[in-house]
Each structure stands twice: as structure tokens, then as C-alpha cells.
Design a protein around this ligand. Structure first.
Ligand code: HEM
Length: 397
């Protein structure tokens, strides 16, 4: 009995990582309302897109009361509060576009935002964990989804958050199988590992299929200096904007499959882990500490296991290739067009053309342009192939 108990204790499971069996990293049943005391926040947060368009958001936020965060108790209350305060902060900062950003966030927003962030272990900025994981509800009994809060940009922004949510959903079977892989390696059950890896690769394929729904999306502008969070600290603070690089999914797969990133791009990806809910970051860390799956596959000499492992790497590579494709369509091509238009037009007209795509293209992913970054990450994925078939697979990708 004691032995069985200690065996079951040592089994790897997702229980303590805030991962749901049905929804993975997505927050189950996000709240749609906060306790009534916080109505002034929700009244504004729900209207951010229209108040930005009418240039009234800063005015409304400036006269909002300074509320204590202490009446927020449950995890889901804190997540909705973080989402609402994040959306307000984004709108406040960018209300006037690139030409007139603010240097300071008012106290009545900055102080509660800081406190809620501290309690959740998230930074005080809109993250993937807010905009995607905690920002959904069922629209109808059929289970169609819609967002709780949005930003200016209409369908483009909604589409971007929604597709990213669908990618998270498609990854749930892969996540559920990670403990089976780890436990199978621990007890030397190569059939169980092979079966689980087959499910992982199938699920990564479904993530790519979900990614193919991405037809729209507009860029976001840039901000050279950090932002002062008034009442928190006098120096400006800098945080990276939200990105699906903050999704815990690919981090988990990389650690499971033993994908090692090059120094600079690896440092960027590691930094993105600080933008994840701490329990999810911990899961990635704990997967990285497990006995090596790749060495296990190598030692077992099972054709099925070999094939299942190679398939996972192939599918992950295909996902990253498809993503590069999207980024080139949505950023690189518009950036080139904007540069060309600016060069052709008269000075004042040229200034009117948004710098956003070019700024995004050059943005700080560890010092390199985004394409170099994404291609480096993709190429490191290829290095995870098992040696014997490595040449052949690299040839095909
Ligand atoms: C129009 C759509 C998209 C654009 C323009 C885009 C753009 C980018 C950019 C510029 C980066 C570089 C890192 C950064 O700047 O933060 C990045 C990274 C990343 N994106 Fe996207 N993205 C899009 C959609 C998605 C979706 C739907 C997902 C799905 C979860 C996704 C997953 C990732 C991941 C995992 C990374 C980290 C790099 C890697 O691990 O390969 N992206 N994306």
C-alpha cells in the first residue's frame, strides 16, 4: 500500500499547474462581472473601443475613483480585474495613436493595476493570459465563443484574439498527453509513449489548422520610452506588449521534445515566460527537468516510437513555418509597402503613413528583426530530429 501510494505520488500530473483537462491553459468559465464596488472599472472597460474612437477614454479614466483592490478575492475575480485594467491601460496609452502617447498612468488606474498584478504574478500589461485565456464566454447554447472585452480595431482585433484562442483549444489533447509521455519514459513503457506522442502530433496538426483561420489582423503602434505607473514608482517601466510568444504551449512542446534555442532568441522566449501565469511557467520548468524523451526514444529502438517522435517534430516545424508565412503576410509585406509609400510621398504626407508595420518588423525580439528571430527558432526546431532520419527530414522541410 505504501509503495503504491508513493508510486502514485511520483506520477507526473497536470493537477497542480492550473491546467484544465477540457481547456488546457484557457481559464475555465471566466467571470463576466466583478463585485458591484468595481462597476466604475467595468463601465469603462466595456466601452474602451468606442471611447478611444471618440477621444474620451483618458477623460473618463482620469475622473474614475481610486478603488481598493482588497475586495477582489477569487482567482477568477483577479483575472477579470487584470483584463479590464489592462484593456483600459492600452486604450489610455494609445488613445491618440503614435503621435501623442502618455508618459504617466494616473494613480487611480496604476495603483490597483499594480496590486492586482502582484497578486497574480503577472506584469502590469495586457498579456496573452488576459486577452486570450481569460477573455471569452459562450455566446449561445451551441458553444460558439465571443470575447468579453476588446480593443479598437474591430473585427481584426477580435479575429486575432479568437483565432489564438482556437489554437489554444486545439492544443488541449497534446497537453493532456504530456504526463503520459513523461510517466511512460519514467517506467520504460515505449508503447504508451508512442501512443501519447501520436496524439501530440495530431493535436499540433490541429493547431496549424486553427492558425489557418487567421485572415485578418492589424498592427499596433510603438512607444520608445517606458511608462510611469503613477503612485507605484517614479521611474518609467517597460513591458513587452502581448504576443502569442507568451502562450505556454510551444514552450511545453519545446521542453518535451528537447528543442534547444540559440542564445539570443532563447533569451527572448525565456523572458516571455515572465508574462505567463506562474503555475504555467512552473509546468514548463518542471517538464524541462524530466529525464530526456529524446534519449529514451534513441535507446528503445522501436520503430513506432521513433516515427511518433519524428512526427511531433515535423508537425511543430510545419506550425512554425506556417506562422512565418502569416507574419510575412501581415507584417513584412505591409511594412515594405509603408516604407515605399513614405519614400515616394511628400514630407507631410509621408508622416501620415503609419510607422506601425515597420516598427513591428524591427521590434525587440532579442535585438534581431522578427523574421530572423522566427527563422532561427524554426531552424533550432529542426535540430531536434533524431540523427538517423535527420538529414532526410531537413531535406523535406
Ligand atoms: C496575424 C497573426 C500573427 C502575427 C502577425 C504574429 C506575429 C508574431 C511575431 C511578430 C512574433 C515574434 C515575437 C514577438 O514579436 O512577440 C511572433 C511569435 C510567436 N507567435 Fe505569432 N503572430 C500571429 C499569430 C499567432 C497565433 C494565432 C499564434 C498561436 C498561438 C502565434 C504564436 C506565436 C508563437 C508561439 C511565437 C513565438 C515564436 C515561436 O515559438 O516560434 N502567433 N508572432
Amino acid at each position: 500500500m505504501a509503495a503504491a501510494e508513493s508510486d502514485s505520488k511520483s506520477l507526473f500530473s497536470l493537477d497542480s499547474y492550473h491546467v484544465s483537462q477540457e481547456l488546457g491553459f484557457i481559464l475555465p468559465d471566466p467571470l463576466e462581472e466583478l463585485p458591484p464596488y468595481y462597476q466604475p472599472w467595468m463601465d469603462i472597460a466595456l466601452r474602451v473601443p468606442e471611447l478611444v474612437l471618440s477621444h474620451e477614454l483618458r477623460f473618463h479614466i482620469n475622473k474614475m475613483p481610486l478603488l481598493s483592490s482588497h475586495f477582489l478575492q477569487k482567482h477568477r475575480e483577479l483575472r477579470l480585474a487584470h483584463l479590464a485594467l489592462s484593456v483600459m491601460t492600452m486604450g489610455y496609452t494609445w488613445q491618440e495613436g503614435e503621435s501623442n502617447t502618455v508618459e504617466k498612468l494616473p494613480q487611480n488606474l496604476a495603483v490597483p493595476y499594480w496590486e492586482v498584478s502582484q497578486r497574480l504574478g503577472l506584469p502590469p500589461i495586457l498579456t496573452h493570459a488576459d486577452a486570450v485565456l481569460a477573455n471569452w464566454r459562450k455566446k449561445d447554447p451551441e458553444g460558439n465563443l465571443e470575447l468579453l472585452l476588446s480593443l479598437p480595431g474591430g473585427d481584426s482585433v477580435r479575429g486575432f484574439f479568437m483565432v489564438t484562442l482556437l489554437v489554444e483549444l486545439a492544443a488541449v489533447p497534446a497537453l493532456r498527453n504530456i504526463p503520459t509521455v513523461i510517466n511512460g519514459v519514467r517506467c520504460g513503457d515505449s508503447e504508451a509513449v508512442a501512443r501519447a506522442l501520436e496524439e501530440v502530433s495530431q493535436s499540433i496538426q490541429e493547431m496549424t489548422d486553427a492558425l489557418k483561420l487567421m485572415h485578418w489582423w492589424k498592427d499596433n503602434p510603438c512607444m520608445p520610452k517606458g511608462l510611469i505607473y503613477d503612485g507605484v514608482q517614479p521611474e518609467p517601466m517597460e513591458y513587452s506588449g502581448g504576443s502569442a510568444a507568451q502562450s505556454s504551449l510551444l514552450h511545453c512542446f519545446d521542453e518535451l521534445l528537447g528543442i534547444k534555442h540559440e542564445a539570443k532568441s532563447g533569451a527572448f522566449l525565456t523572458r516571455m515566460r515572465n508574462y505567463m501565469p506562474p503555475a504555467h511557467k512552473q509546468l514548463i520548468q518542471d517538464i524541462s527537468l524530466q529525464p530526456s524523451l529524446k534519449s529514451f526514444v534513441h535507446q528503445q529502438d522501436s520503430e513506432r516510437l521513433n516515427r511518433a517522435f519524428q512526427h511531433c517534430v515535423t508537425k511543430l516545424l510545419a506550425l512554425r513555418n506556417y506562422h512565418i508565412n502569416i507574419v510575412s503576410r501581415f507584417i513584412t509585406v505591409p511594412a515594405a509597402r509603408a516604407r515605399q509609400l513614405r519614400n515616394q510621398s511628400q514630407d507631410s504626407e509621408g508622416e501620415m503613413i503609419s510607422r506601425a508595420p515597420t516598427a513591428l518588423e524591427e521590434r525587440g525580439t532579442g535585438g534581431s528583426g522578427i523574421m530572423i528571430f522566427l527563422k532561427t527558432v524554426r531552424d533550432q526546431t529542426k535540430d531536434a530530429f533524431l540523427p538517423e532520419t535527420s538529414k532526410e527530414m531537413k531535406h523535406h522541410s
